[in-house]
Design a protein around this ligand. Sequence first.
Ligand code: C5J
Length: 220
Amino acid sequence: MPAIDAAPYSFPFEPARAALLIIDMQRDFLEPGGFGAALGNEVGHLRGAIAPTRAVLTAARAAGVCVIHTREGHRPDLADLHPAKRRRGNHATTIGDAGPMGRILVRGEAGHAIIPELAPIEGEAVIDKPGKGAFYATDLAAILAARGISQLLIAGVTTEVCVHTTLREANDRGFDCLVMSDCTGSYFPEFHAAALAMVSAQGGIFGWVAPSAAVLAALA
Ligand code: C5J
């Protein structure tokens, strides 16, 4: 079994029971003019996660490891958008409003798409989620169960929001989760560091953390 060198101890990787889960690597979060920018964030902070995630994605595909992508966003009629989520922050431009990449965080709009560098290919599930966690109001749990997946290798943005929410949901559902430190990113570098530290603290209370190099070594 190709163990992955991780914190707080080595991850017992089982490729046939693992999925690479890439969270919300969408134009709305990573490019100017999207949801992240509308909240006042510097989107450039997230772009460092793209190249390492692409390397892991390429290696996972070559190794035959299941790949699943998620996208945060809402139906065009916003029927699945809690008013509280829309109101939150009291920003001038918010979810459903028009922006340079179409309506913000709305399914089917240009900004909702996964960035071209990490675009899904045939056979890879894409989970559309209305919340921060990928299990809430989605069929992710059913898809993982049908494929016999019990381990998640997690990449994506942002570390302390959708990555952490999904990780916590997965942990409570019995999945072993490994978060890749350089394949995740936050608009706030200090939140990124703290969020990663929270995962592996206390003997791995939420799971494991490793750099992509360790995962690539195990996939090779
Ligand atoms: C946020 C996410 N930050 N994908 N979404 O609103 O982390």
